[in-house]
Write a protein of this length. Structure first.
Length: 129
């Protein structure tokens, strides 16, 4: 019924919108020094990860898994993780016709914020004198 109501042209426009938004997310990732794109974006899926100098691949894998959990628990976004070239990466597949560019701006900003927070050395909150 929905296809009859809206037509194939409208569905095609929504699919193209998702593809364009995925490309926009890829551009944001490529322009952020803290992030790296893990694979070319050909349709609506974007794979990327948070990086930090001085951390080995195993540490970055664990950090990106923790970023995924924090994004979900804080209600920011619901990415998954996957493995690309033996590295754990965030996996974002855009299929929501209500997504806006601002949503991807927030996602990138929050991935960077959470990554920085989680990768900071833990310091004692209180010093005993």
């Amino acid at each position: 019924m929905s296809l009859k109501e809206h037509g194939t042209r409208k569905y095609g426009q929504l699919i193209q919108q998702n593809i364009n938004q995925a490309r926009y997310l890829a551009e944001l990732v490529e322009n952020a020094p803290e992030l790296e794109l893990a694979a070319p974006v050909t349709l609506n899926a974007v794979c990327f990860r948070y990086t930090k100098k001085g951390l080995d691949d195993a540490s970055l894998d664990e950090l990106n898994k923790r970023i995924e959990v924090e994004l979900q628990e804080q209600g920011i976004a619901v990415p998954s993780t996957t493995t690309v070239r033996n590295k754990c990466v965030l996996h974002v597949v855009n299929t929501n016709h209500r997504s806006r560019r601002e949503d991807f701006d927030v996602l990138v900003r929050e991935v960077i914020r959470i990554g920085k927070d989680l990768s900071q050395p833990k310091q004692n909150a209180e010093k005993l004198d």
